[in-house]
Write a protein that binds this ligand. Structure first.
Ligand SMILES: [Zn+2]
Ligand SMILES: [Zn+2]
Length: 393
């Protein structure tokens, strides 16, 4: 989560609470929304997943008193989205004096004590330096940001491969007002307080401080009639849907990179990349080990000794496996080609682990049969223990 997100995202709206909400109200709202949108309750619904992520992100800030205070302060200084427009305006001819970070924080003031000399200044510096629209930014092409998202796949889909629509939310420029925040047909006017500079200067002793103009929040212009679409911020959250192909055999924890599917670049720059973190729901029956599927099957002692034919399910059918007489517990039988089928023709196997059951209780008849079995069976070879046992008495 970057500091730019803090300016662009309204976490209160995400959680559906008032800005004055108590931490209890915030916690309640979060729990309710997280429950409703949890991926486990909405299998295969990428919208619910995005919503779950947004809610979690919002709560990570608003649920932490210190972070919430910083967030509130930052938003009240710069206003939602206003900062972006301000930075653009300030760099244009006649757009006023460009911001100088050192004027605002540090510089003449020698570190701004109001913000506890630390985190806050760093946050602002990172915004200005972060390529989010600082005035010092070069005017050349800029590569779009990389986008991270997460998807939860069903076990079968991960094994067979699947194409899923992913809904990605990203901040974008409002199409209705083209980002200036003014109602169509009207234009933003020069700010009457700073006359378009975006900063005001205050003298204190021999020092002079520059700070963002409070009237226009540093933009240099004021919007008299707000754009109904973005409510004057110039920015909107845009959702785009991408169809993403997950190849057969994609594994839990894998991170897939889709080159050029991130946010678009600016001024002819290349688009960023999309990274998809894959989670795979476990199957109730099968496990995975690379391209092999795994399955544990219980057999009786008699089956292990006498041998048997074992009918076991595969992902899309069943196979019969021969358990030869005298098979030990833990033996792994292999059904070739019944694992993950890759597109290139490679295929994994189904590995069946045999688990010889020991009954906790037996009938009288079975006991008699076992005693007779024991009488006709040589004892287990344990001579190799004898020397050591003699030594300990
Ligand atoms: Zn707009
Ligand atoms: Zn102003």
């Amino acid at each position: 989560m970057s500091s730019k997100d803090w300016i662009e995202k309204d976490y209160y709206a995400t959680l559906g609470v008032q800005k004055s909400a108590s931490s209890d109200e915030i916690k309640k709202a979060y729990r309710k929304l997280a429950r409703e949108s949890h991926p486990d309750h909405n299998p295969g619904d990428p919208k619910a997943e995005e919503r779950f992520k947004a809610v979690s992100e919002a709560y990570a800030v608003l649920g932490d008193d210190a972070k919430r205070r910083e967030y509130d302060e930052m938003r009240s200084l710069f206003g939602s989205g206003a900062f972006r427009r301000g930075a653009r305006g300030a760099g244009q001819p006649g757009g006023g004096v460009p911001f100088d970070v050192s004027d605002l924080f540090g510089g003449a003031a020698g570190g701004d004590a109001r913000f506890g000399g630390g985190g806050f200044t760093d946050l602002f510096s990172s915004i200005f330096a972060g390529g989010a629209g600082g005035p010092a930014r070069p005017r050349g092409p800029v590569r779009g940001r990389d986008v991270e998202t997460e998807v939860v796949l069903d076990f079968d889909d991960a094994v067979r491969g699947v194409t899923l629509p992913l809904a990605l939310r990203a901040p974008g420029v409002c199409d209705t007002c083209h980002g200036d925040g003014a109602k169509p047909g009207t234009r933003p006017k020069a700010c009457p307080v700073c006359h378009g500079a975006g900063v005001t200067t205050r003298n204190q002793g021999s020092f002079s401080f520059s700070e963002p103009c409070h009237t226009c929040q540093g933009v240099g212009t004021v919007v008299e009639e707000k754009c109904p679409e973005c409510l004057g911020t110039g920015g909107v959250t845009k959702t785009r849907t991408l169809n993403v192909r997950f190849p057969a055999g994609v594994a839990d924890g894998q991170r897939i990179r889709l080159a050029g599917r991130g946010e678009p670049g600016e001024r002819g720059g290349p688009a960023g990349d999309l990274f998809v973190q894959v989670k795979v729901r476990p199957d109730e029956l099968f496990g995975r080990s690379g391209d092999d599927l795994t399955l544990t099957v219980p057999i009786t002692f008699a089956e292990a000794v006498l041998g048997t034919d074992l009918r076991v399910p595969t992902l899309d059918g069943a196979v019969t496996l021969r358990v030869p007489p005298g098979t030990p517990s833990g033996r792994v039988l292999r059904a070739r080609g019944k694992g993950v089928q890759r597109r290139d023709g490679r295929a994994g196997d189904l590995l069946v682990t045999l688990d010889v059951l020991v009954p906790a209780a037996v009938s009288d008849e079975a006991r008699a049969a076992l005693e007779s079995f024991a009488a006709q069976t040589p004892p287990a070879a344990r001579e190799h223990l004898d020397a050591r046992l003699r030594r300990v008495g």
